[in-house]
Write a protein that binds this ligand. Structure first.
Ligand code: NAI
Length: 702
């Protein structure tokens, strides 16, 4: 049973009971329909209240039913709303906590609505590439007016119930009830029961309300322009505008048909599939297959960060923002002062932009304790090391931490390339050691790779996953390997970018093609931003470790010219001091041409399609290996890494989702073509066994 039925005097109370958010799954829909029928058949009942058990009225569709037949089994939400509208006894929605998506559409199908203050009200369908599909686009304008309704629908953002109740002329909420919602709603329903006894035909229905606008054509033109700028890669926002216009200009039932058809058509678009994939992938990433959800967690009330450089400062800000005290440790006063000053400067910039209040800045800085003494980090619950990327330095730090920090504390390293198991072995408590790989700038980037060492304890993993949520990061677990998930893949992507230069591209041509595909930044602009010297250092190591692996020499030649990127004013592009725009460099083009000549390669014209697919399929093939080796728990984790840490276009859902959209058979065929290119790396393009197997079986990654 996922809705309870309880008569209270003359009122039947139907309480949605499908934790955690009363999703409108099949069993809940059936129970509500049965409850309404039962109340209508009972002569002792005069009215009905529908409310939500626990903290929510309803969060909308039950995401656990996505993709299963139960999601559409009758009564679907449209049919259930028809049942509500047909009730001969008044139905009052008593809206509590959260009222979103289908939950709001259900409430709009009731005759009356009363709400607690502070309820989060939203139609978030646009966020998964859809428009509301159970009357939301047709009913909401009838109760809130065209403009407010469209804002709610097109933004998908929650608005507080009392704010909506304050919209002039609104008919969404008949009352905002301070204090106990349910008894007040029951009393309200009882009164309506008496008022409408024997007058069922006059019960108010949202569908019968008039909707108007003083200047509709100009308004919808304006709305379309706004939406076009906001959501260039997604069709749904523009369809929200169309649907609300239909609500204004056509009959209600025609509008419902339009909404349904548009909803179904959007459902089939690759953009919608990508967004739904990303939505589910984010939830999946927070689960670790062998770490149960009820694994006990350690308490994290005090954090220490070792190293106050680029990463240490950014990492500290995350915890300060979440209200956790941070002790930041350095070896020298000067480095410590610089680290603190950078944090303050970052916050001050936010204050200047109006994004942060001065008192918040003061409160956050007050939580920061700079120190040169390890005694001050001894009582930290979580220590994150972000010192130089050298094993010797890390060894010294972890040995000291092992000596001074209290037992049970979590010891984390932000290393981007070093072996976390080796780092753990410097301590006598490897079970407490974990990698927490933040991305730069660490206070901005959403991604956090949680690197699970072979000894890392399950409660440590459970704790850092929960902590990641607290600091608003998207955590993805990676096993230990060189580069973990993200950087191991980007190395193959960068190799392809280098080969493309040797075969005939300019950096600008490659970047433009990739940016047109939707990446935030092409590989060469990204190199200039991150610093080309970082990749250079990694390649020097590779030349020793993997002498058989071929790289284009162009990136080394660039570094030999001292062109490290934005920080040296020159990289793959030229930069003017104080500006970030990349200008094509004649010197770099000449370097590439000379190198080509030295190799005896004649430049050929390379299509954007080839550029994009060589780069993206390089990610896909390496990603497949990462899944097969168990470094990632699932293919969708790889997509989360790329969507949140590497600027992969959201409307394509991540590299693995994109490969699925193209079809793995087609991906393999294209790889075979790349393997036949004598200037490329034929061995790399052998499809990873997992990819080959899935392609042969007609299956997909996600
Ligand atoms: P950084 O050079 O900006 O900062 C390192 C800081 O550590 C310096 O302030 C230095 O004084 C301090 N330090 C060195 N030895 C120390 C010790 N024994 N005790 C205390 N402090 C010490 O370097 P960055 O970029 O912040 O990198 C730090 C770590 O983060 C490295 O492991 C790096 O691989 C990793 N990382 C860096 C990323 C980046 O984009 N910069 C991204 C992700 C990880």
């Amino acid at each position: 049973m996922s809705a309870k039925y309880e008569p209270q005097g003359t009122v039947a109370v139907i309480t949605l009971d499908n934790p955690p958010v009363n999703g409108l799954g099949y069993a809940t829909r059936v129970a509500v329909a049965e409850g309404v029928e039962k109340a209508n058949a009972d002569a002792a009942i005069a009215a009905i209240v529908i409310t939500g058990g626990g903290k929510a009225f309803s969060g909308g569709a039950d995401i656990r039913e996505f993709g299963s037949p139960k999601a559409t089994m009758e009564p679907n939400l449209l049919s259930l709303i028809k049942v509500l509208e047909a009730s001969s006894k008044p139905i009052v929605a008593a809206v509590n906590g959260v009222c979103m998506g289908g939950g709001l559409e259900l409430a709009l199908g009731c005759h009356f609505r009363v709400a607690a203050p502070g309820v989060a009200v939203a139609l978030p369908e646009v966020k998964i590439g859809l428009i509301p599909g159970a009357g939301g686009t047709q009913r909401l304008p009838r109760v809130l007016g065209v403009e407010t309704a469209l804002n709610v629908i097109v933004s998908g953002e929650p608005v507080k119930s009392e704010m909506l109740a304050a919209v002039p002329g609104q008919k969404l909420f008949d009352q905002i009830i301070e204090g106990d919602l349910l008894p007040a709603a029951v009393a309200y329903a009882a009164a309506k029961g008496s008022e409408y006894a024997g007058k069922a035909a006059t019960l108010p229905l949202v569908r019968n309300l008039k909707v108007s606008h003083p200047n509709p054509d100009a308004y919808f033109q304006f709305a379309r322009n706004m939406v076009k700028g906001m959501a260039k890669n997604f069709p749904a926002p523009a369809k929200c505008v169309d649907a609300v216009e239909v609500a204004l200009k056509r009959k209600f039932d025609d509008g419902m048909v339009y909404e349904r058809e548009t909803f179904m058509a959007l459902m089939m678009t690759p953009e919608c599939k990508a967004l739904r994939h990303a939505f589910l992938a984010e939830r999946a990433a927070s689960k670790i297959p062998d770490v149960p959800e009820d694994t006990p967690q350690r308490s994290i009330a005090k954090v220490a960060v070792i190293g106050a450089g680029t990463m240490g400062g950014g990492i500290s800000m995350n915890f300060l923002n979440a209200g956790l005290p941070v002790t930041m440790l350095e070896t020298k006063q000067e480095a410590l002062d610089r680290g603190v000053a950078t944090i303050r400067k970052n916050y001050e910039a936010q204050v200047k932009k109006g994004k942060l209040k001065q008192d918040k800045l003061d409160a956050r800085m007050a939580l920061l304790k700079p120190t040169l003494s390890y005694a001050d980090v001894a009582d930290a619950d979580l220590v994150i090391e972000a010192v130089f990327e050298e094993m010797g330095v890390k060894e010294a730090v972890f040995k000291t931490l092992d000596e001074v920090v209290k037992p049970g504390a979590i010891l984390a390293s932000n290393t981007s390339t070093l072996d976390v198991d080796q780092i753990a072995s410097f301590t006598k408590r490897p079970q407490d050691v974990v990698g927490l790989h933040f991305f730069s700038p660490a206070n901005v980037m959403k991604l956090l790779e949680v690197v699970r060492g072979k000894a890392t304890a399950k409660d440590v993993l459970a704790t850092v996953m929960a902590t990641a949520k607290k600091i608003k990061k998207t955590a993805v677990v990676s096993g230990v390997c060189d580069g973990f998930i993200g950087n191991r893949m980007i190395e193959q992507y960068s190799r392809q970018a280098g080969f493309l230069l040797e075969e005939g591209c300019t950096p600008e041509q490659v970047d433009k093609a990739v940016e047109k595909f939707g990446f935030a930044m092409g590989p060469f602009r990204m190199g200039d931003l991150a610093g080309n010297d970082i990749g250079w250092a990694i390649r020097k190591r590779r030349y020793v470790e993997k002498p058989g692996m071929r790289y284009s020499k162009t990136a080394d030649l660039l570094c030999e010219m001292g062109r490290y990127g934005q920080k040296t004013g020159a990289g793959w592009y030229d930069y003017v001091a104080g500006k970030r725009d990349a200008r094509p460099s004649a010197a770099v083009v000449k370097m590439i041409e000379d190198h080509r000549a030295a190799l005896g390669v004649t430049a050929r014209k390379i299509s954007d399609d080839e550029i994009v697919h060589r780069l993206v399929y390089a990610l896909v093939n390496e990603g497949a290996k990462i899944v097969e080796e168990g470094i990632a728990s699932r293919a969708s984790d790889i997509d989360m890494v790329y969507l949140t840490g590497y600027g992969f276009p959201l409307h394509r859902g991540g590299p693995m989702c994109y490969a699925d959209t193209v079809g793995l058979f087609n991906v393999v065929q294209t790889m075979k073509k790349f393997a036949a290119n004598p200037l490329d790396d034929a061995s790399f393009w052998q499809p990873a066994p997992l990819l080959a197997r899935l392609a042969a079986e007609g299956k997909s990654f996600t």
